[in-house]
Design a protein around this ligand. Sequence first.
Ligand SMILES: [Zn+2]
Ligand SMILES: [Zn+2]
Length: 252
Amino acid sequence: MKLTILGSGVTMPSLTRNAAGYYLKIGTNHVLIDCGSGTLRQLLKAKVKWQELDYIFISHRHPDHITDLMAIMHAIYVAGHFNNQRIKPLVLVGYKGFKQDYHYFRQATFPAGRESYSIKIMEIKQSAKQFSSWRVRATSVEHGGLEVNAYRFEHQGKSLVLGSDCDYNQNLVKICHQTDLAVLDCMMPIVKKLPGHMSPKECGQTAKEARVKKIVLTHINPKYDNINLKKQAKKYYQGPVVIAKDLMTIKI
Ligand SMILES: [Zn+2]
Ligand SMILES: [Zn+2]
């Protein structure tokens, strides 16, 4: 597996940290996890062919995680008018309520168009699914009462967790169990802790309890870029800590 961080930021606009988005090359598949505003352009910067995505996973309906979904669907659709017609199917996977949200957004943005390829829309909650050579598991995590999925991807004996937006919670600890890499929401430093998100303390505690091999702190408010979040996390977790940057790639 190879992960590319497309957006390590939050909902506030930033020139250095795009809203949430992660590209995962897993086996022969091209997978996008979350697509906040700007993700389509970040895919270009990462030299990923946005027309070739096989799966798009959405963690929750907040704009910094879903806004570019319709932008991507529309771009693929319009590209079809310019001799770039997509044939291969696309699978969209989301949280409980995602199907309804998808149809709502679609109806509101470009209802008349009809795709040249098949789209499968799925919701998963507290369950696992096998897709070609890899497996994904979803669990609900605590984010102000909203339906939010954390996802764990497994391929050839390696695993990766994308925790999405959440506060410290046991479901997150369980899904992170002994994972090779956990990408965790670390929106603010310890002294500015807000409910529904984690500070380096909760990220470190989660990683320690789950015996995670390596963590990436992401979903960082650029306002706190001058604070040493890594040092704060290291007080609670002895393993390697990486501060996410846009377009950073990590092999798992
Ligand atoms: Zn959120
Ligand atoms: Zn967010």
